[in-house]
Each structure stands twice: as C-alpha cells, then as structure tokens.
Design a binder for this molecule. Structure first.
Ligand code: FBP
Length: 560
C-alpha cells in the first residue's frame, strides 16, 4: 500500500521561496523602524485600551550580510479558525527560522486551536515531524478551533502554560477575530510584565483580512484557484450538454472577495456580489428578477444553460433578510432554553413558535421562504449564536424562486425556454488544497518573518510580507502593529476594539472589472477554463497570483 501519493512526494521536496531580505538567515537581519502609527479610527479609545502596545511603528527588515548569535527562545504556535491552505508552511517557516537562529530553540504547537494554550495541550516540533507536513494543505498538523482567547481567566491560564514550557513568544495564525484577540493578549502580557511576546499571522480564505498594510490573507490564492478550476469544469460541461443552469454558491462567510475572484478567473454568466446587493438595497425579489431576466434573454437566444455564482454570505446582505435574521438570532437565543420549543418534535410546530415571536414584517419574510430554508435558519448556531450562513442553501432558494417566476412568465406567454437547474456549494473543497506555489512561498515567508519579529523583541505585531505581485525575492518583509488596523465596533451589544473586516469595495478596480464585463459575459459565453493549480513548470503559470492582487496593484501604480 502506498502511503503517499506521487504529488505528495514531490510537494514535500519543494523549497519555498523567501524575500531576499530574509534569505541570508535570521541572525543577519537589521530592523528598520518607520514612524509612529495610529489606529484606522477611534484613536482615543483604542490608545486607551492598548496603553502598552499602541502607536508602535511599522517595521521592515534588511539583511546586513554579517551574522551574530541569538538568545535561546521557546515559542508556541496556535492555528485558529477555519482551515486555509498554507497553514503548515507558516509553521514550517517559523520552525526553520527558529532553529536556524539557535539550534537550542524549541517550537511548541498548541493542539486544537486557542483552547490548547488554555488547557495546556501541546506537542513539541521535531525535524522528522515537521518534514511530513511541508507544502501540504490542512491544519491537521496541530488542529484548529474557534475558541475565543479574550477573558482574564483565559489569559491567566495561558500564562501558566507558557511559564511551564518557558515560552517567551506566542504566534497566533488566524483571521480578523483571532488577531484582535492576539492584540488583547499581547497587551495583557505587557501590562502584567510577563515578558511574553505575541505575533499574529494573517489567515483566511475569505480574503477579508486586508488593508493598506496587508495585501492579502494567506489561503485566498489557493482556495480561489481551486474554486475557479471547479467552476471552469462545470462551464465546460454546461457548454457541452447545453441543458442545465448551474447555481454555484462559493464560500466566504461575509465578504464576496472569493466569489468575485473566482468569477474573474472564469467569467460565468451571472455573478452576485453581496456588497452590491446591500449598497443598492436589492430585495430578494429584485435579485430573482435580475437573474430571471438574464435566463429569459439567453433562452430567447436559444441558450437554455448557464452558470450563476452566488457568494455564501448573500442572504445576510439582502436588507429584508438581514433584519429578519437579526430578529431570529435574538429569538433563537431565548428559545434554546425554552422546553416547549426544544421538545417540540414537528418542524411545523417550530416554524409556528418562531413566526409568532418575530416582528410583523420579519414574520412575513420568514413565512415567504420555502420550508427547507426556514428549517435551515433554525438549525445550529455558530459560536457567536448566529445563523450559520454556510448551511443555508441560498443557491436552492434562488432556483426555487426563479422556477416559480419562469412558470408565471410562461403562463403569460413571455417565456418559452426550458429551465433545468443544478445546485453546488464549493467551500470545504478549497480550504485544504495543496497550497499553490504562491501560498506555499507566502506562508513560509510569513512564518519565517514572524520569528524575525520575535527575535527583535516585537509584540502586538502582525507578520507582514508585501509587494506580492513581484517575484518572491522582491517581497518586503516586516511587521504591522495590530492596533493600527483596529476600530471600535458593536459586538453582542457592546462597543469593542476589533480589526476592521475588509468588504469588497464597489469603487475598487476588482469589482469594476466585473461590472464592466458582466453584460457581455451574461449573453456571450466568455467562459475561461483555468484548470488545476500547476506546481511545476514556467513561473508565469505556477507562481502567478490572483486577479484581485494584480488589479489592485495596477491601480496603485496608476495612482502613484
Ligand atoms: P475563518 O474566517 O476562520 O478563516 O473561516 C472562514 C470560513 O472558511 C468561511 O468561509 C466559512 O463561512 C466558515 O469558515 C465555515 O466555518 P466552519 O469551518 O466552522 O464550518
């Protein structure tokens, strides 16, 4: 029995590329400090909450050529939140940097996400163990979790575990929420004179942890390429059989970056962007009308087939749905401890209980939905107590509503086509793919760079690698103060400091590219077939990054 596939064997041998500034080793680095920074908004409150870590400068590294010895350090690492391709390489980069700085250094991995540091569940990395995971997808090396590291008790427990292992720095690999918590932990460690540093790494396939300083979170590149391959394959099938409309929901909890990028790589007939739906205050009915119009026009042109891409978070951006879901989240929090609701066996009974509690308008919206969607809205909540959008089959909801609309048009005599639809959800398929060369290199650099920040005594920083559309050797490595990306937002009814989530900018070059082309793509089949991610071959194919990064970079150059 073979233990590894041929591609696994080859990928294990891949040596990720580093920025030139880091490639002479950790001990030859010099830290270059920029000027003091401010948070993106609410400077007064954020500086008050982060008295010890606020206002630090952006830093970059340059190689001095000469090398000096560095102190012995033990470091702990945590994977937090949803999987994203390349997480193993962040750890590999961190491990290699740490061992190259001083072979006595140790790296501990906390198991199962942030809960590992609280419960003291960990492993110590060895060469042999690390080598099995290089350039592989997934977070199975130490596992991940969604526990929020934010309370005094949790910080105290983390401190005990760090002291026991003599850990002087913790690296948290996570999205906006996890890095917000990294900032809180960093501040707490300084305030309590623990001498423990905290460094974050920007992770999430959703691509919504980005800003002026962070060009993209890792995993977005591989996940979007994986979805684009799948969409391309379906487009080819649709164009061959010419008998189905494929409705494809694409992961991305809130922002539509993933759907937008996958659409630019494949050019489907319809792409919905949640941020546009919200901005234009489009109702569910107007979305259905917009899609139906394209389906009718294509049918009139003899094309009873097509591809529609729908972002995962769409439902929460439709104004009437947003209001109903928010009302429902509150009601469900009460109902979860109501024996009448919990013990009621019939779904109909549950629908009735919920409907009676919803405000009048929200009850109307809830009632207008098909039973399948109503049931999904009542299913398990996420750790914040909210509806789990990935479980709501928006693609099926749209198919059902469009079918009804087309039947009406047919009976009025204004539609004579055939509508046969298939639904798909691409999400988990892309989160653990083998990282693309870009993500393998980017992640390795982020991890390597995280140790460089630790070695210079930095804390409350996000590992940052920039200039990502250039070859890896020209990437710029450094660190961004986490507080610089923060503002105050309402969470669970209270104002809290959080890292701003980046939604799709409707006046940005990426959305504009879709907007300028969508009528052409709707009627004329301009499908692109990206094929599988290539790991070997010309760098113009293997190392190329997303359309999103390329378009944003081109815009920056025009503005410069
Ligand atoms: P992160 O923000 O933690 O990276 O996770 C994002 C994500 O992959 C979303 O795209 C998706 O909605 C969600 O996780 C699914 O979560 P789960 O893995 O808990 O089902």
């Amino acid at each position: 029995m073979e233990k590894l596939s041929p591609l696994q064997v080859e990928r294990l041998k891949y040596q990720p590329k580093l920025p030139a500034s880091l490639s002479n080793g950790i001990n030859s680095l010099e830290l270059v400090e920029g000027s003091a920074t401010q948070s993106v908004r609410d400077q007064e409150q954020i500086s008050e909450l982060f008295k010890n870590t606020y206002g630090k400068p952006v830093v970059t590294f340059k190689s001095t050529g000469s090398s000096s010895a560095s102190d012995v350090r033990n470091v702990g690492v945590i994977l937090s939140g949803g999987q994203a391709p390349g997480g193993h390489n962040v750890i590999a980069g961190l491990y290699d940097a740490l061992k190259s700085a001083n072979s006595q250094n140790k790296l501990y991995g906390f198991l199962g996400g942030p809960s590992g540091i609280i419960d003291g569940k960990y492993i110590e990395f060895t060469d042999e163990f690390m080598d099995k995971y290089r350039n592989t997808g997934g977070f199975d090396i130490i596992g991940s979790g969604r526990t929020k590291l934010e309370t005094e008790d949790q910080f105290q427990e983390s401190l005990k575990v760090c002291k026991k292992l003599n850990i002087s720095a913790v690296v948290i690999i996570g999205g906006d929420d996890s890095n917000t918590n990294a900032a809180l932990l960093a501040e707490w460690f300084v305030k309590n004179n623990t001498g423990i540093q905290v460094i974050g790494c920007p992770k999430t396939i959703d691509g919504d942890l980005k800003n002026e300083q962070i060009e993209i979170s890792f995993g977005f590149d591989t996940a979007t390429k994986t979805y684009a391959e799948l969409i391309g394959n379906i487009q080819r099938d649709a164009n061959s059989a010419k008998k189905y409309w494929h409705f494809i929901k694409i992961m991305g909890r809130s922002a539509s970056h993933v759907a937008l990028e996958a659409a630019l790589q494949t050019q489907p007939n319809i792409t919905l962007i949640s941020e546009e739906v919200e901005e234009k205050r489009m109702s569910l009915e107007s979305i259905v009308n917009y899609m139906t119009d394209i389906i009718v026009r294509r049918a009139n042109a003899g094309k009873n087939f097509g591809i529609a891409v729908v972002p995962e978070g769409l439902i929460e951006f439709i104004p009437e749905m947003k209001s109903m879901i928010s009302n429902l989240n509150d009601i469900m929090a009460e109902l979860e401890s109501d024996p009448l609701f919990v013990n009621s066996t019939s779904t109909r009974e549950k629908f009735d209980i919920v409907e009676k509690r919803l405000d009048e308008n929200n009850a109307k919206v809830y009632n207008s939905l098909p039973a399948l969607i109503k049931a999904q809205l009542l299913a398990d909540r996420d750790p914040h107590g909210n509806v789990q959008v990935s479980k709501i089959e928006t693609e099926k909801l749209l198919i059902e509503m469009i079918s009804t609309k087309l039947n009406e048009l047919k009976s009025e005599g204004s539609y004579s086509g055939k509508f046969s639809a298939q639904s798909h959800f691409f999400g988990y398929e892309g989160r653990c793919a083998f990282p693309s060369n870009f993500d393998a290199d980017y992640c390795y650099s982020l991890g390597y760079n995280a140790f460089a920040l630790i070695n210079f005594g930095m804390t409350g920083y996000l590992s940052s690698v920039r200039n990502l559309t250039a070859p890896a050797s020209e990437w710029v490595a450094g660190g961004i103060p986490l507080t610089m990306m923060m503002n105050m937002e309402k969470r669970h009814g209270e104002m809290k400091p959080v890292i701003q989530k980046a939604l799709v900018k409707l006046d940005g070059p990426v959305f504009k590219q879709l907007e300028e082309n969508r009528e052409d793509w709707a009627m004329n089949d301009r499908y692109l077939f990206p094929g599988a991610i290539q790991y070997f071959g010309p760098s113009s194919v293997c190392d190329i990054t997303t359309r999103t990064l390329q378009l944003e970079r081109a815009k920056q150059l025009i503005n410069a």
